[in-house]
Design a protein around this ligand. Structure first.
Ligand code: NAP
Length: 309
């Protein structure tokens, strides 16, 4: 199957299906139908994508479909693949089927590969926030990586599809799929959590929540820019990287007194920062051990507090 001959059906009319369907359509790929649990979602997504057909029934997938992209929540992928395999009007040997879940491998698509379809996982390594309208997410959906596994034919199709979406393929060994997804969570969700911690600390010195990024945005963006140009180790600056154990103690004390609920987070991330500074060779082994001992002392205090609650 060539990508030129792609006729795509999207199953799951949510954020990922709507946004990537629209990118495909803008790149000249024919999206023939959108299927979802509710007809109203399917219709809304079809309008946004410019797809010809919308339905809440798998039986109405056009038999001209050559690629099915399952973009339902991950718990629905297996039942959808099972139900899809029972659709006798589809020409499975001429079809590819993929899904967008970061947690699942291509194995979940076994019911359709057993009928002759080419199967692969195709997880967009990007965030598609639920509260943002698809139009706003569209610009960030190009040029991204897709976490992929599958048969040789599946991987070939994935590469062609990613190219069409102006993206790239990252081959993920199936046995490391969950670890891969954990890394995605750290990259996006933990970054968000970390900035929410900045917001909470900022509130103590009267930065209003809505202004946190106005104030901290430049340092956050410069840090990301430095990391992109080099590596996290090279970009690391600050007291831990300089071996400033007194400053680290002062920070721990200030957080213990003013925002004790954030102490476990601060200890854990500081400990990882010490390990990074050691890898960077900006501190000695001895200084790293002194800092880890200081941090361990505060771990005891924060767990005592948990017990007292
Ligand atoms: N959001 C992200 O940041 C992100 C990033 C990368 C990958 N992913 C993955 O992409 C997939 C979709 O995520 P999403 O954020 O787009 O989810 P979402 O916005 O919740 O959309 C999921 C859609 O699937 C439909 N659906 C649910 N069960 C179905 C079924 N049995 N048959 C047909 N349609 C069904 C829902 O239908 P109705 O509206 O019709 O009820 C909903 O529109 C997930 O596997 C997720 O892990 C998400």
């Amino acid at each position: 199957m060539t990508v030129r001959s792609l006729n795509v059906t999207i199953i799951g009319a949510g954020k990922v299906g709507s946004v990537l369907g629209r990118v495909l359509s803008e790149e000249g790929v024919r999206v023939v139908s959108v299927i979802s649990r509710s007809r109203s979602s399917a219709r809304r997504a079809a309008r946004f994508i410019g797809a010809e057909h919308a339905s809440d029934r798998l039986s109405s997938i056009p038999d001209s479909t050559t690629l099915v992209y399952i973009t339902t929540p991950h718990a629905a992928v297996a039942p959808v693949a099972q139900a899809l395999a029972a659709e006798d009007h589809l020409r499975f040997p001429h079809m590819a089927v993929c899904h967008a879940s970061g947690m699942l491998t291509a194995d979940v698509l076994r019911p359709v590969s057993a009928r002759g379809a080419t199967a692969f996982s195709f997880h967009p390594l990007q965030t598609f926030p639920r509260d943002f309208p698809p139009r706003k997410i569209l610009p960030s959906a190009r040029g991204i990586y897709y976490g992929v596994d599958g048969s040789a034919g599946g991987i070939r199709t994935a590469r062609a599809l990613a190219k069409r979406l102006r993206g790239h393929v990252l081959l993920v060994p199936p046995e490391l799929r969950v670890l891969y997804h954990a890394a995605c969570v750290v990259a996006s969700n933990h970054l968000t959590t970390m900035l929410a911690v900045v917001e909470q600390l900022g509130a103590r010195f009267r930065i209003q929540p809505g202004r946190t990024m106005e104030v901290f945005g430049p340092i956050v963006e410069a840090t990301l820019g430095n990391i992109r140009r080099t590596t996290p180790a090279e970009a690391l600056s600050g007291p831990v990287a300089r071996g400033g154990i007194e400053t680290l103690r002062d920070h721990l004390e200030a957080i213990r007194q003013v925002a004790p609920e954030l102490l476990p987070y601060f200890i854990q991330v500081s400990s990882e920062t010490v390990r990074l500074a050691l890898r960077k060779r900006s501190i000695s082994q001895q200084r790293a051990e002194e800092m880890q001992t200081l941090l361990s002392g505060y771990v005891d205090q924060s767990s005592e507090r948990e017990v007292q609650r």
